[in-house]
Design a protein around this ligand. Structure first.
Ligand SMILES: Cc1ncc(COP(=O)(O)O)c(C=O)c1O
Length: 453
């Protein structure tokens, strides 16, 4: 039935899901109607291969449809597992919790399973408030922690917050990478926790090396808990198992999700110290002080165990570090040759390509005109031809940012990186040519957005 109706996908979404999103896909030419996927590759309806440098926003660290995880999921279904009895403690969730306790830094060894990243953030905020008896939460400007109301209250992007106020009281924004501002927030407020992405996903901003160790010291000094949101950066993405490992920092609460089940089943985990956990679940009456229905479902737990095995067995953390360095070097070389590519940021396979105003008079005029029409459009001059001419899926790193982000599966090889770098070279060459078709396309899109509002 699905195969017979696959061609109706966009119509169905227009009618029953999100028609504005379908409009976007059609305008930027990302409507490829995919039929299958494996590793770092997607296959579209015409049989064309697309190199996936987006990985489902960082879900497919081990590549898509990994055979070992697929086999484990199939075997689980065949075994009629006693999943979600609720009034029982399952073995598979125990094993995955044990595996996470071993992988996470320091003495983090108490696990709570969730269905998503945002749910993990909600749990972390509740744990911090209950454990400290304080209510305030400090968060970073430009931070992204998910879009449920609690997570949104610590989201530093106005475009997501707008139309939802009033949000949770006592949430205090500070600039990222600014220890003085953090200390000021701690001295002026009753703070339960500071929540931070070690590398910010929106824009791929990497802090100075003294930032996270400094954050740890300030949290200790003022008695606030440190929540590291590793929903995107965790499980090898940045070239270490967790991004906190780059700076030898042990948070009080670590939030994991996205890549944990290999992209098969929604799952997440909040990992904290036993002593913090025991302050929330402090007596038998409170054994359900925080809970959910699907968190420990056996399929997700088994997929999680298999995924961790694959990450370790295939040395994907090491590959992420190696391929990330190779890509960053190649991109730096391109930045030296192309005026508008001004900075390469990132670690491992989480990389941001920052663009900036060109120096040549005619190009600068176009740049300014386009930005006056629409501050979000410039990056399409890169991502659209990457898809249309080179069949590479990438994303814009956030609203109002001239940053393209790449987030490939950690299984990519040097040939994939070389293919991407050659494609970028060609796309950048065209983007620096004016007049040229690259600019005509985005200027026309700018005019359309002005007209359609
Ligand atoms: C750092 C971070 N935290 C939380 C979330 C929210 O995760 P989810 O979309 O699974 O709710 C995301 C999602 O992109 C994220 O990148």
């Amino acid at each position: 039935m699905v195969n017979g109706r696959r061609g109706e996908a966009y119509d169905l979404h227009r009618r029953y899901l999100n028609p504005q999103f379908v409009r976007v896909l059609e305008v930027i030419g990302f409507n490829r109607n995919y039929s299958s996927a494996k590793g770092a590759r997607l296959i579209d309806e015409k049989g064309r291969e697309v190199l996936d440098f987006l990985a489902g926003f960082g879900v497919f660290n081990i590549g898509r449809n990994h055979p070992l995880v697929a086999q484990v999921v199939r075997e689980m279904l065949d075994a009629d597992p006693p999943s979600m009895i609720q009034m029982d403690a399952g073995a598979i969730s125990g094993l995955l919790a044990e595996a996470l306790a071993e992988l996470t830094p320091g003495d983090l060894d108490a696990v709570f399973f969730t269905n998503s990243g945002a749910e993990g953030v909600e749990g972390a905020l509740k744990f911090a408030r209950q454990a400290t008896g304080r209510s305030g939460v400090v968060y970073c400007e430009r931070a992204f922690h998910g879009l449920t109301l609690g997570a949104l209250s610590v989201n530093g992007n106005e475009e997501f917050r707008a139309r939802n106020e009033p949000l949770l009281p006592g949430c205090i924004p500070v600039p990222f990478n600014d220890l003085e501002a953090l200390e000021k927030a701690f001295t002026e407020n009753d703070v339960a926790a500071f929540i931070v992405e070690c590398i910010q996903g929106k824009g791929v901003f990497v802090p100075d090396d003294d930032y996270l160790p400094g954050v740890r010291a300030l949290c200790d000094q003022y008695g606030a808990l440190l929540i590291a949101d590793e929903v995107q950066t965790g499980l090898g993405r940045t070239g270490r198992m967790f991004a906190v490992n780059h700076w030898d920092v042990v948070p009080d609460i670590l939030v994991i999700s996205k890549a944990l089940s290999g992209g098969f089943i929604p799952v997440g985990a909040v990992v904290t110290r036993r002593e913090i956990h025991a302050r929330i679940f402090d007596c038998m009456d409170r054994c359900f002080a925080h809970s959910n229905t699907f968190g420990q479902n056996d399929l997700a737990m088994a997929a999680g165990l298999a995924t961790l095995h694959v990450i370790l067995q295939e040395k994907l953390v090491e590959n992420s570090a190696r391929m990330g360095e190779y890509l960053m070097q190649g991109l730096e070389a391109l930045a030296g040759r192309y005026d508008m590519l001004t900075q390469i940021r990132g670690k491992g396979l989480m990389i941001g390509l920052q663009f900036g105003e060109p120096t040549s008079f005619t190009l600068r005029n176009r740049w300014n005109l386009l930005h006056r029409m629409n501050a979000d459009l410039f990056c399409q001059i890169i991502t659209m031809p990457l898809m249309q001419r080179h069949h590479i899926l990438t994303q814009v790193a956030g609203h109002g940012l001239d940053t393209v982000k790449i987030l490939p599966p950690l299984v990519i090889q040097k040939t994939d990186a070389d293919y991407f770098l050659e494609a970028m070279d060609s796309v950048l060459k065209k983007a620096h040519r004016f007049p040229g078709s690259a600019w005509t396309t985005v200027m026309n899109m700018g005019l359309r957005t002005l007209k359609s509002g």
